[in-house]
Ligand binder design. Structure first.
Ligand code: SAH
Length: 275
């Protein structure tokens, strides 16, 4: 139970955060979905913004934390021409800031992890628009937590490789998955479902064992969250067989085993964390 004193301290913490000024843009991460994973800094942005420009992966419950009168602009790229659309978003941010709005540009996860945050910062800087970058919890790390899979574990791995499974437009064959396999470290993939067969083939060709543990976590932190645990070679079947749809994170490597070890020790964990 959260006491009145606790709420008062939270209010104090929010008041201590920077002011979002007129003509300024905060480029902020909203975390993986559930508002529980917002940072106080992003929340302070939501509460101060006149205009919120948000992406498809930002949960409606997060948007609802905005001031009632705030303008809400959806800038999702579902079904659009991605590059043309990104230019429009960049232009919109500049236009809004120049009009003197307090602008919150809100993205799923962290703005600079496969989020075009770099593009938007460059645009704002080129136009002399003051901005701040506000980090968020990236989906890859949140998904691992929800599945009780540690990103690093002593004696298991010494690094972790975050990658997109999806090339930039027209660059679908970017990845040398066989070379990625040689890293010998766990791999966490964003946007990988559509190309999972080719990725798995490449990783196997690069020397990863067919039995390397793998997991797919979809809609992490959301009520629709789903988990499948499998072996590398069976990933494509596990995705179709368990009705797994984007957004999803794929993780491949020995860290996945920790979940089974934990749930053996404490079977209740399996129900509480993920089905
Ligand atoms: N900037 C975001 C990533 C955007 S790319 C971040 O830092 O999280 C979009 C991809 O993120 C999706 O295709 C999926 O791979 C992943 N993703 C985003 N939200 C997710 C969620 N709640 N559960 C699982 N994967 C998610």
């Amino acid at each position: 139970v959260i006491t009145e004193g606790g709420i008062a301290r939270l209010t104090g913490a929010l008041r201590g955060l920077p002011e979002l000024h007129r003509g300024e843009v905060w480029l902020a991460g909203a975390g993986p979905g559930d508002p529980a994973h917002l940072t106080l800094h992003a929340l302070a942005g939501l509460m101060q913004a006149d205009t919120i420009v948000y992406d498809a992966l930002v949960d409606q419950r997060v948007i609802e934390l905005a001031a009632p009168g705030a303008q809400r602009i959806f800038a999702g790229k579902r079904g659009g021409r991605p590059s043309a659309k990104q230019a429009d978003i960049n232009g919109e941010l500049v236009r809004l800031a120049r009009q003197g709005a307090r602008v919150l540009r809100l993205k799923g996860g962290d703005p600079c992890v496969f989020g075009r945050g770099a593009d938007e910062m460059m645009t704002l800087a080129r136009h002399g628009i003051p901005f701040r970058l506000v980090p968020g919890i990236t989906a890859g790390l949140a998904a691992l937590s929800m599945a009780l899979i540690p990103a690093t574990a002593r004696g298991v791995n010494r690094g972790i490789f975050l990658a997109t499974g999806h090339g930039a437009a027209g660059d679908d064959d970017w990845s040398d998955w066989a070379a990625v396999a040689q890293l010998g470290q766990p791999i966490v993939l964003y946007m990988a479902l559509a190309r999972i067969e080719a990725i798995v083939r490449g990783l196997l060709a690069g020397g990863l064992s067919a039995t390397t543990p793998a997991a797919v976590i979809a809609a992490a932190t959301l009520p629709t969250q789903r988990l499948a645990i499998t072996a590398l070679a069976d990933l494509p079947d596990a995705i179709t067989g368990n009705d797994i749809a984007p957004p999803a994170i794929v993780v491949i490597g020995d860290i996945v085993r920790t979940r089974a070890e934990l749930t053996t020790l404490m079977p209740l964990l399996a129900q509480e964390a993920l089905a």
